[in-house]
Design a protein around this ligand. Structure first.
Ligand code: UT7
Length: 335
């Protein structure tokens, strides 16, 4: 049996502590002018002690389940896309399961870097579409400040911490197209070394040497990643909507992974769509990796800006070099 997969709840958790661009100017050789002009970021939130990936996830999930009127004990699947899991193992999803009492849920984490959220959304959608599970939580949760190098001005100013979630429900197929419709996923594994974290995995297990060599931090060749991001994001958006015979100008909301406002604006210009349809909140959060797209969705949902029938495209690009996009038709919350 084939089901429609509908987003019935959204939620987010953003730590209270804020680091402004002026705060960074006291740490490294930078300025508010440079960061604002080159990235669009004004401030980002960072965790306080005790605000772990699973804590942030729990807070976001409680909001989403309340919105959907769902009981945590009914949740059947928890997927946590993340590049900064709480531990190497067990999966952060299992820790979240214990925190919220989702005793029936299957749990695992996923990593496709900045594209993780959409990859995980695709996996969860497939479980629901075929009827293996009735519902799922997809929780983007990243503590990017745990892998940011506060001695490297090229990268440290870019990142922030947050968790955000979508609660998906499988519902009987409707005659009118609705819910999550199509995905486009990909990766160019020939350029893995322009954006990566060298140490901490099996290739370079953690040692005092890897720490001294700064191998546990984000390494990025920014300008090269930038160029590839713009080209690839445009293409993946075109490819995913073409699967449903939709043109760029028919799309109501373009929700991009928030890595740099200039990347998002360049993509918008290449797609030749109005800027008002492209949501940007990077000024308040920086790049929150797996949380960035559901953070956009939850904010728009809370503000009532997502209307039933709206055509929405999610798209992302990141290490791997991975990319992903999703086309969906928004369905409002149940009355
Ligand atoms: O989420 C995963 C995907 N990530 C991305 O898509 C990020 C892609 N890349 C970018 O967003 C941009 O490349 C950055 C924001 C990382 C950098 O912006 P850029 O315009 O590409 O700058 P750049 O790296 O070419 O650096 C230009 C100059 C350099 O100085 P010189 O060599 O011209 O003297 C940098 O050293 O800006 C300097 N610079 C800074 N100056 C002040 C680099 N970082 C800073 C800084 N403050 N924080």
């Amino acid at each position: 049996m084939d089901y429609d997969v509908i987003i019935r709840g959204t939620g987010r958790y953003v730590p209270e502590r804020v680091l402004t661009n002026d705060d960074f100017a006291r740490i490294v050789d930078t300025s508010d002018e440079w960061i604002t002009a080159r990235t669009g970021i004004k401030e980002r939130h960072i965790v306080a002690p005790g605000e772990t990936a699973s804590y942030m996830s729990e807070m976001a999930v409680r909001k989403a389940l309340e919105m959907a009127g769902a009981d945590p004990a009914e949740v059947e699947l928890i997927v946590v896309p993340t590049v900064t899991p709480e531990h190497v193992y067990p999966a952060t999803a299992s820790v979240v399961q214990g925190r919220i009492g989702a005793t029936k849920a299957a749990c695992f984490d996923m990593n496709a870097a900045c594209s993780s959220f959409i990859y995980a959304l695709n996996v969860a959608t497939n479980f629901l579409r075929v009827g293996q599970y009735k519902n799922a939580l997809v929780i983007g949760s990243d503590i990017m400040t745990s892998i940011a190098n506060y001695l490297d001005r090229n990268t440290c100013v870019l990142f922030g911490d947050a968790a955000a979630v979508l609660y998906l429900v499988a519902e009987p197929r409707s005659e009118t197209p609705r819910g999550i419709r199509a995905f486009d996923l990909g990766s160019d594994g020939t350029a893995v070394d322009i954006l990566y974290q060298y140490a901490g995995g099996s290739a370079a297990p953690p040692t005092p040497r890897t720490a001294l060599d700064e191998g546990h931090f984000v390494y990025m060749e920014g300008p090269e990643v930038f160029k590839r991001a713009v080209r690839t994001m445009e293409q993946t958006v075109r490819d995913v909507i073409a699967k449903e015979n939709v043109e760029p100008l028919e799309v109501d909301w373009f929700l991009a992974h928030q890595a740099n406002s200039r990347i998002i604006q360049s993509t918008q210009k290449r797609l030749q769509v109005p800027a008002e349809r492209v949501y940007i909140n990077i000024q308040r959060y920086g790049n929150t990796t797996s949380a960035s797209i559901p953070l956009c969705i939850d904010e728009l949902n809370e503000e009532g800006k997502l209307k039933s029938g709206n055509k929405v495209v999610l798209f992302a690009f990141g290490a791997g070099l991975s990319w992903a996009s999703c086309y969906l038709i928004w369905e409002g919350q149940r009355e």
